[in-house]
Structure formats: C-alpha cells, structure tokens
Write a protein that binds this ligand. Sequence first.
Ligand code: HEM
Length: 493
Amino acid sequence: MAKEIKDVPGLEPKPIIGWLGNVAGMFSDPLTALTDLHQKYGDVLTISRGGNPHLFFAGPGKHHTLFVFGSQYNHQLMSNSDVFHSGSILSTLFPYGEVDTRRRVLQKLSIGLFGLNGETHRRQRRLIMPAFHKQRLNVYCDDIVRITNQKINNWKVGEQIDIWREMMNLTLQIVAQCLFGLNALKESQAFGELIQTWIKLAVSPGVLLFQSDIPGLPYHRFVNISHELDSIVRNIINQNRPTSDENVDVLSLMISAKDEDGNSAFTDDEIVGHSAIFFTAGHETSSNALAWTFFLLSQHPHVMEKLRLEIDRVLGSASLNIDHLKQMPYLDAIVKESLRLMPPAPLSARMVAEPVDVGGYELPVGTEVVFSAFHTHRDSSIYENPHQFIPERWETINPTAYEYIPFSTGIRSCVGMPLALMEIPIILAMVFQKFRLELSSSANVIPHIGLTMSPKHGMPMMIQPKDGNYNAGVGNVKGTIHKYIDLKPKLLS
Ligand code: HEM
C-alpha cells in the first residue's frame, strides 16, 4: 500500500522559521546540497517535512516539495503531462488568484509555454513549432554565421574577454534575428543586461522571501524592471509586425495564427509572454552551454587538439555551412558531453494535477516534484567516471531519452533544441577556426544556480592566436567547480 506524503524522508523543519531554514541553507549551492541529501535519504526526499513551501509554483493548499532522483522518475514525470503539470516560472512571485494591477505584468510575462498545460499548451506549441523546422534551420544557419562573424571579428589577440558575457550578447542577437526577424537588436547589450538583472532578482532570496511592493525593497525593483521589459518587448513586437506571409519566424507565426473560428489564436498579452520567454530561455541557456564548453575545452588540451584537427580537416579556412556540421562528429560529441556534465537547466519541476503514486508515496494534488538532469547525468550506472569530461564516451554509449535529458523529452521538451544544437557547434567551430582561448589566471569558476546554471563570476579568457599551445592556462583552477567536475588535466606532450 502506498505510504502518505508525510512519511517521505528528509529534512525536519528548523525551530521557529520552519522549512524556510532549510531552503535558505540551500541557496548558495543547491546542487551540492542535493547530492548530500540524496546520499543520506535516497531517491525520494523532501526538504520540508511538515512544511508547505512552494518553491517553484504558486497554488492553493498546503503541500510539499519532493525531490526525485533516477531515470525511472524522469520517465514517469515526462511521459504523463496531464498528471504532472508544468508551471509558470514566475508564479511564486505574485499572489495566487487575483493580482493587483501593478503586479499583473508578472502574470503576463509568465504566459510562455512553460506556464501552459493540457490542450492549450499542445495547441500553442503546435502553432509555434514550424519556426524550428528543418527548412527554417537552413536560413538560421546563414544568420548565425553572419552574426558570429561580426562578433568575433572584433576580438583582438592578446585581449581578455568575459566569454560568458560575449556569448550572452551573441546568443541574444541570434534569438532576436532568427525568431523575431530583427536585423540588429538596437542596444541589445543593454536589453541583455536588463534580462539578466531581472532573472537574478527573480531567483534572489530578497525577492522570493519578502514579496512586498514597497519602494526600496528588491521586490519593488523587480516589478519595476518587469514593466520596463514588458514595454520593450511590446515595442519590439509592434515595430516588427511582419508585412508578408513569407516570414515564418516565431513572431509572424504567433501574429498570423488563427483558431478554428478564424480569430487570432494568440492575444497580444500571450505574444508578449511567449516572446519574453523565448528571449530569456533562448539566449541564457545557450550562452551558459557555450561558456561551460569553452571552459571545459580550456582544461582538456588533448580534446582541444583533436577538435582543432577536425576543424582544420573539414572547414579549413572556408565559411561554415550546415553540411560542415554533419562532418564533425567529434564536435558533436563535445557538445553532448558538455551538456551532460554542465546541463544549463539542471533542475526542473512539475506540479501534481491528479493524485498519483510516486516511489510508493501517494502524492496529493498540488505537490511539487523536482527532478534533476544534473544528478541523472552523474549516475555511474549509466556513465562511467561520470564527473569527468570524456567526449569519446559518446562513440560507445547510447543512453535512453530519460537517462540523458539536457533538453528534457516528450511534449514538454525544449522547443528551441534544434536551434541550440545548431548555434552551439557553429559558434565553437568558428571561434576555434580563428583563435585559441586560454582561461585567465584571474578566473574564479563558481557555478551559480538561478533559473539556469551559469558561471557566477563570468568566464574570463585570453584570446590567443591559433598556435596550438593548448597546455597554456591548464590547471590550478580556482572556485567551487571542483565539486562538480573531476578536472584531470592531461597535458599535450
Ligand atoms: C543549450 C540550450 C538549451 C537548453 C539546455 C534548454 C533546456 C530546456 C529544458 C530542459 C526544457 C524543459 C524544461 C522542463 O522540463 O521544465 C526547455 C523548455 C523550453 N525551452 Fe529550452 N533549452 C535551450 C535552448 C532553448 C532555445 C534556444 C529556446 C528558444 C529559442 C528555448 C525555448 C524553450 C521553451 C519555449 C521551452 C518550453 C517548452 C514547453 O514547455 O513546451 N530553449 N528547455
């Protein structure tokens, strides 16, 4: 017989502050904290015995947040989207139910695909998907190559750059061009920084724990920035309403989509919500993936040398096109391995919509269930030496769709995956076709878990000529990254 939710093992509430004490303890390094809890309590655990936190989603009732570890749970959660609902990424940041006028903007900005379920989600997702079909990818490829060229042509040998910031800016321009048809996102740097500040605030303790819209408090600033973002995205949409049906970027698809009665399938607010999510989900994840890959390559000279040989053989000095990518299996393996080791979306959550048994526990409606790509990808029964960066492993392993989940799988999988899996290798190939990147000695590499996993202090790197000196800058890396990755520098002889 299934046990009750109160029997799930885990942390007891702290005196006076209850479960909040446990959450606060996890803020600085949630993934390492979860690794310890997993070892201590097993595959199903809670950090809130007797408490009622909604860490990810708002909702009625007093329920728990559970953490589950293992591909069998990934399977259960991902293949049953009517029982396990997704939720708006911002829903814990405004009151459940009626929202006051000023804070309605938070609701609006969260109507992206993440916040929809059931038939509405399936229908809107279906209408958006053509923007990621194969024919579109060919067009995107040319755009990505052109925008990347513009970016890296400005880099100077000998200069230090924050490769994470550079990638944030580059991937934002790519999303703006490919999905919204914006030739040059004016002041894209400033817009990118505003999105960053917004995301940082959205997951900061100050905003999450003190949700009072009072001047001087971080929450007030968060609401102000939400209004600013709303009006920027609305302007972008209004200034770029497509003039012909030939455009099939996301924006034109949403604007021209009709329901069965011939009415617009998306309201203006929904278009703003989807667009905001595309801008944030579409550039933050890819730039993190790129920053971590540049870092991993900077610490694995023998991998870097093998990649250089592949780039020289396939690409030489030619301008990259989509066929080149198909001839670079080692680059493909590097991207797969980097997304395994440092998944940009390490944790995902679902909310139980119908009573269900998970791991022998009867979960009531409203329970949050959190699953972890980060821990799944470190399961040593699936991946030998899971903490090491070994692209070669992909020549022999073939994990199931629930054992390798950087983009999730099923009806809620990442819609942007085809774009991400094209832009990441293109950017890597083009950078290494021209340069060598060396980790700066000032780098302090600390993974930060917000909405995604990013390098907390950026990723300072030196731009060097493509001279093959891949041993430079290897070893003695500072920061908590050693808790995440077993860095075993094998120098080139
Ligand atoms: C390396 C890059 C990326 C990674 C690792 C990534 C990862 C993910 C993951 C894990 C999910 C599922 C989250 C969940 O199960 O709760 C997701 C969903 C989503 N992603 Fe991505 N993503 C990436 C790039 C992109 C890009 C480039 C776009 C858009 C341009 C995008 C847009 C979305 C959207 C709209 C969803 C929600 C899908 C739905 O609920 O139907 N992502 N992504």
